[in-house]
Design a protein around this ligand. Structure first.
Ligand code: NAP
Ligand code: ZN
Length: 350
């Protein structure tokens, strides 16, 4: 077994503290990764604060992992020592059900093993629950380890493993591209990479942000239009405008108001996951034959496709690199939308 340094939280209102965890013995198909960077996703905050009511403590979050292969098991063929690699939200799945066979492991019928906070046998992760990327090392089966192309600096690649794929997948599924009007609600970690990816796909991108404070950045990332949603006039001006709206907001929104911005056959996709119910009037849906949908990260093959796409289009996340002892502060600032645009932990500081 390998002993790794980690930062864990022990209660919903607790603070992060340095600790050590064990990683399992390297199996034939396993890859040992020296973690270099870990992004802080808002899902980490929801989980650490138990906002989804299912957190096992102590909890080591982190599912935006970038690092270097330190060792490989005897049967590993996909990765070699020294390779630049990433790990996203999942570290295993059944591999046999219809979604798994279709490469959509996030919808595994038996439930994918998430990178942290999934109960697992002791031999999978000593402690009986998965521990994520706020750590110096991790052991992952090779099929769930992604290759990070040379073009993307590792610290900018880390957030792509969750934020990148979460936006790339619905943009592909709903055919974002030339001639399509795409709106992205929320210019946070997810939203800002969504703007870059949608623009690179050729769509006409509009950002719907609370205020205009990040407008300059949004236009620089490739958006053509930028609106403040605290201004009610925005909802009048944009009525019936969009083919696709991606909602990345981590808090409750008046979703009916946003549905009315969809054009004929338009779809609003829920990506942000606050713990509230949605309310949409039947007339809003029926009119223009609108759809309300949702999407969860993306499968392993599509995650590799996304990384290759980002390298080809020079896309990385905009990051603020922090030392591990500043995780609590980063959570507070992310909750206040005070981040441009992703906090990334430098694992060398653990
Ligand atoms: P983030 O970096 O904190 O960004 C969230 C953005 O939402 C903020 O930048 C802000 O945008 C907006 N926002 C926050 N509070 C708001 C409020 N009260 N009213 C209006 N707008 C508000 O978070 P993230 O990491 O991008 O994650 C966003 C959400 O996606 C989280 O709920 C997370 O759990 C979820 N998520 C889902 C998936 C999936 O697979 N579906 C994957 C990853 C994350 P503006 O400043 O532009 O208004
Ligand atoms: Zn995430």
């Amino acid at each position: 077994m390998t002993t790794a340094a980690a930062y864990a939280i022990s209660a919903p209102d607790g603070r992060f503290a340095k600790t050590t965890i064990e990683r399992r013995e390297l199996g034939a198909h396993d890859v040992l990764i020296d973690i270099k960077y870990a992004g802080i996703c808002h899902s980490d905050i929801h989980t650490a604060r138990d906002e989804w009511h299912g957190t096992t403590y102590p909890c080591v979050p982190g599912h935006e992992i970038a690092g270097i292969v330190a060792a490989v098991g005897s049967a590993v063929t996909k990765h070699r020592v020294g390779d630049r690699v990433g790990v996203g939200c999942m570290v295993d799945s059944c591999g046999e059900c219809e979604p798994c066979l279709a490469g959509e492991q996030q919808y595994c019928n038996r439930g994918a093993t998430m990178t942290y906070n999934t109960r697992v046998p002791e031999e999978f992760q000593p402690g009986g629950v998965t521990y994520g990327g706020y750590s110096t090392q991790v052991v992952v089966t090779e099929n769930f380890v992604l290759s990070i192309p040379e073009g993307i600096p590792l610290e900018q690649a880390a957030p792509l493993l969750c934020a990148g794929i979460t936006l790339y997948s619905p943009l592909r599924h709903w055919n974002a591209g030339p001639g399509k009007q795409v709106a992205i609600i929320g210019m946070g970690g997810l939203g800002h990479v969504g703007v870059k990816i949608a623009a690179a796909m050729g769509a006409e991108v509009t950002v719907l942000s609370s205020s205009l404070s990040k407008q300059e950045d949004g236009l620089r990332f490739g958006a053509r239009h930028y609106y403040a949603t605290k201004d009610r006039q925005t909802f009048k001006d944009l009525r019936g405008r969009f083919d696709l709206i991606l909602n990345t907001v981590s808090a409750e929104l008046p979703i009916d108001d946003y549905m009315k911005l969809l054009n004929l056959d338009g779809t609003l996709v829920i990506l942000g996951l606050p713990d509230n119910k949605l309310s949409v009037a039947p007339f809003t849906l029926a009119n223009y034959r609108r759809s309300l949908a949702g999407s969860m990260i993306g499968g392993i093959p599509q995650t590799q496709e996304m990384l290759n796409f980002c390298a080809q289009h020079n896309i990385g996340a905009e990051i603020e690199l922090i030392s591990a002892d500043r995780i609590d502060e980063a959570y507070e600032r992310a909750n206040a939308s005070d981040v441009r645009y992703r906090f990334v932990i430098d694992a060398a500081t653990m």
